[in-house]
Design a protein around this ligand. Sequence first.
Ligand code: SF4
Length: 378
Amino acid sequence: MNIEKRIRELYQLNPKTKILVEKIHEKAKQLEKNGYDNIRIMNFCGTHEWTITHFGIRTLMPENIELIAGPGCPVCITPGHYVDILIELSFEEYTILSYGDSYKLPGTRVRGIRSLFDAKLHGGKTEVVYSFYDAVKKANENKEKKYVFFAVGFETTIPSTAIPLINGLVPENLYMLSAYRLTPPIMKYLLNNYPEAKLGGIIAPGHVSAITGANSWSFLPREYNIPTVVAGFEPLDVLIAIYHILKMLLFNKPLLINEYTRVVKPEGNIYAKEAINKAYKIVGSYWRGIGFVPLSGATHREEYSDRDILRVLGIEDKPVEDKLPGCRCSEVTLGLAKPTDCPLFLRTCTPNKPYGPCMVSSEGTCKIWTENLPVRIK
Ligand code: SF4
């Protein structure tokens, strides 16, 4: 489908979008007069990136507004050494259970094997599951086997293992490798370490905020003076978020606005947050290709450490160099490069044969761009 057709679809979906685009142009013009010639708005979440890219929202933006993707793809930032560890275990007595998008995530070619998918082709025991519930069911039905669940995700996913853990519903033959990562700390890290990202506004993630609460992003306007809007995933939600950000810039009043009140509460989901806190403790963690980010990971609390495969087997959570030569995924993730800046994009790296992590998951920017071609930047 070409971009014009997608935009027509967008306007048919909701005629208000056209009015909103005009208002965005109006505000952008006023801002340009005030010296804002390049306003970079980061959408944290991969699903926002999909909405923006699929509906051609970038092409509808005025010249002085740039929409950039952020770190909101958990698979993209999952360390390569976790894949290596699981590949090794799949040739021992363990069957590895993984979500479909982590299944093709490249490691660092331990044993010459690239991913859990490739491990299966070489005789390793790896399987895809659709939920942690499926993993529990499988382990209960096959008590003679040992399983390891590859727990990848942000705050939205963590309750799916935390709640069964604290309720004693995880069978003894099911272990986990927690690759869980937390989202506010990575934004802090990005802003503290990469001022060149020059973020003029942030569209905060809707799904994550449903758990953490809109208030978990209040530090962005308070500490960094960045207008921030928690937004839903319809095109109209994204356009409203952009409009709010421009208004805040115009009035020089950076605030936190929750546009997604139909799902996100200021305090989030208290039950889910309590479950996370009971099952996991927050620790500093490595993000693939990015580095060690303080207080950004979740590891099993002592009382559940017998479910943590790293502790059970005494394996050190020690990152190895996992930036693949030529791949610019970590820069794409930090908003410092676009997929089209990568020389491998759609050449050696494609959704069928992903080379880097951003091409693996449906939330990875490179994959989203590939599947919604052409992506016109301006
Ligand atoms: S196109 Fe592939 S190799 Fe290039 S940055 Fe994206 S994931 Fe990495």
